[in-house]
Write a protein that binds this ligand. Sequence first.
Ligand SMILES: [Zn+2]
Length: 501
Amino acid sequence: MIAATSISAQVKTFRIALGSIMHESNSFNPAKTELADFEWVEPTLDRWGAGSTEVAGFVEEGRRQGWTMIPTVYSHAMPRGAVSRSAFEELAKRLVEGFEKAGQCDAILIALHGAMYAEDYPQGDEELIRRLRAKFPKPFPIVLTHDFHGNTSPAIVEMTNVLVSYKQNPHLDTKDRGVQAANILGRMLRGEVHPVQTIIKPDMVYNIVFQNTYGDPMKPLTQETFRMERENPKILAASVMGGYQYNDSPHMGPSVIVVTDGDRNLAEREAKRLSDMMWAQRDRLKLTLPQAAGAVTAAMGAAKFPVALFDIGDNVGGGSAGDSTFLLDELVKQKATGWVVVMYDPGAFAAAQKAGLDGAFDELVGGKSDKAHGAPVRVRGKVRSFHAGKYIETAVRHGGGKYWSMGHTAVIEAEGSTRDLSNYLVVTSERSSPNSIHQIVSLGIYPERQKILVAKGTIAPRAAYEPVAAEIVMVDTPGATSVNPGRYEFKEARQGMWGIK
Ligand SMILES: [Zn+2]
């Protein structure tokens, strides 16, 4: 009898409810994010298990562990301004109801971005967890994952059992972190580990320009977290998060979170050590980037092509407009050849459509969303192709997404093109972050034959552009995601943080 009982205990099938709401909100972008901006992923395990997201990691590890998994609510929207009051309330309601409808479960496994800024809740993710906790009080296990850019608060760490963030930026380890979080949850449910966690927030902004975890100065910090997890079995997870500086929230900035097996002193000591390592890097985090004009001149005279110019003031994935013209203006003015610029401009697409294939194009392009991203630039040329704007990325790229859409798209061959070398202006009808090179490859543009590729992003496009670009140059362009925090007025963020002024 005893043997039978212990066998049945061993094969107990855990029921785990899964969910995710992802939004990175740029509180300096006046365009609010509304409910209609959110996409809802069909609640099937096959769909949630596709791609390389952390949710796909939950599903993969859950299957390996033999869990019964209940997919509840999975929603995301392109980064933009604050989530509106009504959108946030509806998201929270659907999330809580989704978990309630999942029935009797053993745990919640949830992925939230960590930098959601809602109109009434600057720490939006914290409020989502607070509402879940109200329905699922402790000791019910809630295991959470965050994006590397989360502005994590001490309260969310206190309310959850385990918090694991992506380690890498570009985010190529999203699925690995989902697997890791699910694996810790499994061990916790079987009573093998008893997680305790702590957070320390170094009193600084770790500027987004320096948040490439595959290079200095961030790499040693990231590598240290891998080493700690590998070499000390008591350390279940160590996360160094860069934070998201476009968010005027109380806990804006980097975070260190360490989860140990029942050893609070160890968690605190190691978190403090990592935090001190970040703080000690201040001298290496000073901004010395070229402006648009100088960057274009230098790119035109480069020894090797193509040169990728990253338009970091218009970081679409960071919540900006997607129609900044500072670099396009310089390319046209300086008569550069062989460039590619992707511009969100539904009006310009409509004009191209009206002109038809091979028709003449003469339009003021970009700079239409707001006043922060430059004036519209006149571009003349010929319409060369039309596209539905959907493309697939099969490799692991930033964020792990597979299916992409930029909406109806036209390719304009702009004036100054030669028979051998074209200037391509791509006008899209949806904002789309250049995380995949297939954004332009799918249009018939061969990036390796071009001289200057403009990508609207800071770190996210790296994985896509490194394989094709001879050089990547980050350009200090103005815009909603300008990298100089001194250009913004912070009211809710902690006063006196290093790196703001
Ligand atoms: Zn991110």
